[in-house]
Design a protein around this ligand. Structure first.
Ligand code: 4GX
Length: 258
């Protein structure tokens, strides 16, 4: 897959994409990330990319022409449709479902705004999709683009060393992840749950699913209400709830005893 990024900070984007799983995916030629600086597509002496906002008020707006020239160069750099995505808090929220769909595309283009944003006419004519990574305000789209590159890059076939890791991710099945433990078994901070040492793979799978269901119920009930649970899952969640309720009761009793 190819990802083109239009940004006033192309080196930052390249450095983000050079690290970890995504960096390795690039080395393995599973992913190609190219950064483009709109300043390189200006025609004036000052390499101007922004101008004050019509209607007045503070802050600058990224101008049409340098971005349009950059996007033309991007489109001409490869035969596949560029699928241009503008990162902004005004877009629908990025989800793992959207990440999975983007990861299957041969090519996407990420447009990073700085200042107060991009001229609306450029967005209307050149952008296919707007996406937000969350309800907070960044100083530019680069970190949001880095989030998309990371989430999409790690899903490229062969990017993760263990093919099962992607399937076991949080959200891959609509649920939060279960707890994980490494050595030592006994530590001042606690002991590893016995079932994980049992070697009983079916029991371990049941325990993990039960923890995933329980945590999702406790921490993200909004996710659970969108899941259709099969009979086994409903039984495991009921078990978790009963244990949780009795634990809460004994904690209450301990507090009364004190
Ligand atoms: N998820 N930002 C875009 C420029 C901007 C300013 C005003 C439109 C209107 C963000 C986010 C995000 C900061 C990127 C503002 N665009 N992007 N930038 N949250 O905060 O994606």
């Amino acid at each position: 897959m190819r990802i083109d990024v239009v940004s006033l900070f192309p080196d930052f984007v390249r450095q983000c994409a050079a690290v970890g799983v995504v960096g390795r995916a690039q080395q393995r030629q599973l992913l190609q990330v190219e950064a483009w600086n709109p300043r390189d597509y200006t025609s004036d002496r000052h390499r101007t990319v922004d101008a004050s906002s019509y209607g007045g008020g503070p802050g600058m707006v990224m101008m049409i022409e340098p971005l349009r020239a950059t996007l033309t160069a991007v489109r001409n750099a490869a035969p596949e449709p560029a699928h241009v995505i503008y990162l902004s808090p005004q877009g629908p929220r990025l989800t793992q479902g959207r990440v999975e769909a983007l990861a299957k595309m041969p090519r996407i283009t990420l447009l990073c705004g700085r200042y107060e944003g991009v001229d609306e006419r450029l967005l209307a004519h050149e952008v296919d999709e707007e996406l937000s990574i969350g309800d907070y305000v960044l100083s530019g789209g680069e970190l949001a683009a880095a989030v998309v590159i990371d989430a999409v890059g790690r899903l490229q076939e062969g990017a993760l060393n263990d093919a099962l890791s992607a399937e076991q991710d949080s959200f891959a099945n609509g649920l939060l992840d279960c707890p994980h433990y490494a050595k030592p078994v006994q530590d001042a901070l606690g002991t590893v749950p016995e079932v994980l040492l049992s070697g009983d793979h079916a029991a371990i799978a049941r325990w993990r699913l039960k923890q995933s269901l329980g945590r999702t119920w406790l921490r993200r009930p909004d996710l659970l209400s969108r899941c259709v649970l099969d009979k086994t899952s409903r039984a495991l969640l009921d078990e978790f709830r009963r244990e949780h309720a009795s634990q809460a009761l004994s904690r209450q009793n301990e507090a009364v005893d004190d």
